[in-house]
Ligand binder design. Sequence first.
Ligand code: G6P
Ligand code: BGC
Ligand code: BGC
Length: 903
Amino acid sequence: MNENTLESVQQCLNQFDVTEEQLQQIQAGILGDMERALGRQAGSSPSVQMLPTYVRSTPRGTEQGDFLVLELGASGATLRVLWVTLTGISGPRKEPVSQEFTIPTEITLGTGQQLFDFAAGCLVQFLDQLQVGSQPIQLGFNFSFPCHQTGLNQSTLISWTKGFRCSGVEGQDVVQLLREAIQRQGAYNIEVVAVVNDTVGAMMSCDPSPQACEVGLVVDTGTNACYMEEVRHVAELKEDRGRICVNVQWGSFGDGGALEPVQTPFDLQLDQESLHPGTQRFEKMVGGLYLGELVRLVLIHLAGQGALFGGVTSPALLTHGSVHVQHVMEIEDPSHGRARAQAMLQELGLTPSAQDCAQVQRVCGAVSSRAARLCAAALTAVLARVRSNPERSPLGVSVATGGRLYKQHPRFSALLQQTVRLLAPDADVTFVPSEDGGGRGVAVVTAVASRLALQRRQLEETLAPFRLHSQQLKAVQAQMRESMVRGLRGESSSIRMLPTYVCAMPDGTERGDFLALDLGGTNFRVLWVKVGSRSEEGIKIINRVFSLPESVTQGTGQQLFDHIVDCIVDFQKENNLSGQTLPLSFTFSFPCKQLGLDQGILLNWTKGFKASDCEGQDVVSLLRAAIRRRQGVELNVVAIVNDTVGTMMSCGYEDPHCEVGLIVGTGTNACYMEELGNVCAVPGDRGRMCINMEWGAFGDDGLALQEFYTPFDLSVDQASINPGKQRYEKLISGMYLGEIVRQVLLHLTHLRVLFGGQEFPSLQTKDIIKTKFLSEIESDLERWQVRAILEKLDLQADCEDALLVREVCQAVSRRAAQLCGAGVAAVVEKIRENRGLDRLSVTVGVDGTLYKLHPHFSEQVKDAVRELAPQCCVRFLLSEDGSGKGAALVSAVACRLAGAAGP
Ligand code: G6P
Ligand code: BGC
Ligand code: BGC
């Protein structure tokens, strides 16, 4: 061979040399892009995609079952179907059954529907031969293209790569497309459970012992890698604990120009003539789909220069795609390569000399060596990230390898490994060939996904009874209405409909100083309320919260009332009120039968109160007796007021349309202005009176709400201090929602849906979950913040657990809001009908920690009311200063009506 020829070939091939320094730059470039893509830094446009795969752990080895695997896109225009049996740790290994199908070009370039119909057809053909019968089959879909996944079984194709370009698929969920195609076939009961990139399949195929692979590398028609990343580094996920497999999508590295220093004119030409010009620039220098083509372009060039084939080409050589990677691999075979080169060139219609064959071997070697070295540089970037993980294994990193080019090329893997050692001398890497071409890994992911799907079903089943539909709410509203009417008539009813002797709203002319007590909610308060002219001073309040230990709320009545008087005396001293006898209003948030404004017989305690010797007694008398016991104190108890009434009065001072009071806090209740003529317990039929409904007891007669009581509600009721009582309240109010949630969480833990089945002692503790917890966890938080809330309760959750807990809270609080809304709808509709109006505009004064602090509760109540009482326009007005102020106004109005202004 003449010197010139050798020289020309050498010069041409020199362009394929990549220096160590260039490799290092590529490594650094990819690593930088990976970090930017993970961090989602604004303004940066990294060329690798770093797609979360929702695979959260490497295989445990315990996965079991039969799975159908469909592989599409890894090995060019072939599609593979496998039947994989996983036998767990102890079972004997079973070889998979598999079959390959060639996808015709008119399909790889046709419509999406044609492609998926073809795939579904192959599945049917395969299963027919296997004779699996009609059992439900779980399928894992190995789809080797860049996809944006939002779960293990949801995956939107970002863009086609390699030789595929089917219309109508980009931007679509490929799982859904496959499901639809399977349904169109209608032959088998196949559920598509998971979708997996081929790199993930490779990583998950490897045996977990002695250590699991944390990186998956594929060099087939395309190239790519995945690896296990700390989830807190994946900005998109907003989680803080655990790991997730990230699909690097390194094939697109260089799409922004980073590869220019190493690109040859052949690379540029190849790109221009490819199916997707300008994209996947790195892949086009490494992937098997392109190596044959690069060789072909070089051969044409050298022939053109007269350096090969005596300067002659052939139509076949000039035809796009006539040289395949298979040729390249065969030509590089150390023993038969030369002969293979000759055979290929002859097939291409050339008459090669022995020297030509040797030169063609060199060309192939140069193209594939560059590919192996570039691929090694990319892999070292991934290894650098894995090694930056502080919790990484002391045993170094295992990389699962797959793909035909990597496995079948005579030198590719050796050269790649050698370059990795050169670029990352202390990386301590082990290369592990993946099994069954990654099919086994896809089956492992499918096994995990189907376990998760089962858990999701169990969660849905558990929460289904909490999800109420309109008809059910309408029924509650109707039953509530009926119970109201019966209660007003004095007939047997679970709702007591107690007269309050409050008949007029404040009109703004009230004046004076009042003392108020506020007992029964989260806080016990003493207040000094100064009522001035509405337009000038308005109402001024000085108040103090006193603690009420359980020994007092659940001790004797005498202790309770003595404690109350002690607090009043302290308060008077602090505010220089000692010696003055201001009119005192008592907000007492429990059901009382009133015989007048200043007389209320406690019918029964509710919520957390259980002081002895009080039920059946006049609460005002108990308070007066305590005042007498504490000598030297003068107090003038003028009114006893339920918190709902206090709230209505307080809001009524702001808005004269306020004729309903609603509390949704520790307990729940409502009051409203009823026509006196409808109130049998009070003589007279002119004017209106505020009725304390005591709706918390709705359903206590067993005639309503039975169907809504889940086993969780029953447990909460049974463990309460008043089983069988306050049944409506126990579905709605803050004191119970946390307990209902806790019961559901216990059940889900038992089913192993939550916390991996681990039973945390804190979850066994009654009342550990407060209303505040529900409000916090349901607010707009990132996943890691949700998890941190659970941690405060000593619940060691991962982010998935945290999201499940949030779903439980949402279901429980939403039901509460809807049931509450049904009650409000019954009340406002009654007022509307009482007045014979087509439309009613009314304001509801509201108070209570659940209503006020929960991020969605109030909106859900309003939604329900809008739906259930469409003829009422209901405004909800939050009471600002608690019901103590309203209670003072009750006294003020009474004083005004009695013609005696307050002192
Ligand atoms: C009002 C009252 C309390 C009442 C409470 C309900 O503001 O002043 O006496 O019981 O709201 O809320 P809670 O969430 O504290 O039970
Ligand atoms: C795809 C990757 C895939 C790789 C190897 C690329 O073209 O974009 O998702 O992993 O080929 O098959
Ligand atoms: C009581 C009501 C009170 C409500 C809200 C219920 O448990 O029975 O009287 O209005 O809680 O505090």
